[in-house]
Design a protein around this ligand. Structure first.
Ligand code: CA
Length: 458
């Protein structure tokens, strides 16, 4: 009788457990893949011809491709700060790239990894950090359980150098892009018992221009050496993304994993930045500018069987990926967190219609931009047109029929310029001075508890 009761209890407990599982399905995994300095034109789903990107194209075809997908700045580190905090980075002084190791994401800001950990997620960063190089600012202190990658803004693809696993230096390593793909697969294989968040931040296709011989051989027909190397580097990243997608598919995890892909900024085509052979057509401008070429990027969100494949035209920004991830994980977005992103999921499922944002904003020193509907007000780096320092006068473009920002309507529509300027001024009044670098402050203020040490420039 005792045995029968024990069996009965076991079955009863199992049924309760099944019932609970039915009521609260497993939280989805979240994979955010970031490319570095990728040109807007350099993916097959934007029409790129000279380098195949079949895995990125398959990802785009499987989900939502955003035609107006933005990042909150035209440089590497600030947009990563925006992504991981879900806030315009100028709100906490992270407006420019760090120039010293002690310049980094302010310790008072919580990261997406911090927030997802509270919801039971395993968290990992594989690849580039670029949000502070001192131990107190490194990924293991910013919510990431696991870290394989480097802390600075750029790194050799062939030597281990300062590549770390956790806080220990890695002695030997594959070509970084291959290594990051391999490590991402290992992370996914390891975390099957609980939800996970993986931030897979390739340094491809950022300088230095390093490619493997086998991949260079595939582009022997390309006579421009820089473009040939770029294509080989991009192919490597596409292959690594393919390896990761295959792991998700083979394991069945793709049905429970949100996959996002962006570039951290527009392609660098302008003198004075990390020129790599990329292309931004049909956009004008480059990394470093608030023209579309600096801030509009390839942008994809995919979730098998949950989000219907589509092309989405309303403006969105990488800050939205943060809010979307929190919503999926069931993490409350408290008002005191002051997040700027929007949960995109209701817009992608059709539950909500209209635009997620009434406006999107940019500031980089004296450069600025405001996007409202099809209209864009912008002051951009004069180097684009004139090859000189300084910033242009305010230009007004209608992106619906002028994606290349060629036809300035500021003189024809002074009222619209005035209204948009007032909107941007109100936003600007909520920001702080940059903690380091660039104009207008040059304050370079130290963070409490962080000792400034002399370091190499980037
Ligand atoms: Ca970048």
């Amino acid at each position: 009788m005792k045995i029968i009761l024990t069996i009965f209890n076991a079955v009863f407990l199992a049924l309760i457990s099944i019932g609970q599982a039915a009521e609260s399905p497993a939280k989805p995994n979240i994979l955010i893949i970031v490319a570095d300095d990728l040109g807007y034109a350099d993916v097959g789903f934007h029409g790129c011809k000279d380098v195949p990107t079949p895995n990125l194209d398959a990802l785009a075809a499987s989900g939502v491709r955003f035609t107006n997908g933005y990042v909150s700045g035209p440089y590497c580190s600030p947009t990563r700060a925006g992504l991981l905090t879900g806030r315009y980075q100028q709100r906490f002084g992270h407006e420019f790239n760090p120039s010293e190791p002690a310049d980094g994401l302010p310790l008072g800001e919580a990261t997406l990894a911090d927030r997802l950990k509270t919801a039971g997620y395993a968290t990992g960063l594989i690849g580039k950090w670029h949000l502070g190089e001192l131990p107190a600012m490194a990924p293991p202190k910013r919510g990431f359980d696991e870290f394989f990658g480097f802390l600075s803004g750029g790194h050799s693809y062939f030597t281990s150098g300062q590549v770390l696993r956790g806080s220990e230096e890695v002695k030997e390593m594959d070509y970084t892009t291959d290594a990051f793909g391999r490590e991402a697969v290992a992370f996914i294989e390891k975390h099957t018992a609980h939800p996970w968040f993986l931030y897979l931040a390739f340094n491809a296709v950022h300088t230095p221009m390093h490619a493997t011989e086998d991949r260079l051989a595939k582009f022997a027909n390309i006579t421009n050496g820089q473009r040939r190397t770029y294509d080989a580097m991009l192919l490597a990243m596409d292959e690594a993304i393919g390896v990761v997608r295959k792991k998700l598919g083979d394991s069945g995890m793709d049905k429970n994993t949100l996959v996002c892909f962006i570039s951290d900024n527009g392609g660098p085509t302008m003198k004075g930045v990390t020129i790599n052979g990329c292309r931004n057509e049909p956009l004008r401008g480059s990394k470093r500018t608030t023209l579309e070429g600096g801030i509009r990027v390839p942008f994809v969100v995919s979730w098998k069987d949950k989000i219907k494949p589509a092309v989405y035209d309303q403006p969105v920004i990488q800050l939205d990926l943060h809010s979307t991830a929190l919503a999926l994980a069931g993490v409350e977005q408290k008002p005191e967190c002051k997040l700027d992103g929007v949960n995109l999921l209701p817009f992608l499922t059709g539950e909500k219609t209209g635009a997620p944002h009434d406006a999107l904003y940019w500031r980089l020193g004296k450069q600025m931009a405001l996007r409202m509907g099809d209209w864009k007000l912008v002051r951009y780096d004069n180097h684009v047109d004139l090859g000189t320092a300084g910033v242009s006068s305010a230009k007004l473009y209608n992106l619906a029929n002028d994606i290349g920002e060629m036809n300035d309507l500021a003189a024809a529509q002074p009222e619209k310029v005035k209204d948009m300027q007032a909107k941007w001024d109100a936003w600007n009044a909520t920001l702080v001075k940059p903690l380091w670098g660039g104009e207008p402050s040059g304050a370079n203020a130290a963070q409490p508890g962080i000792e400034k040490k002399p370091g190499r420039k980037q």
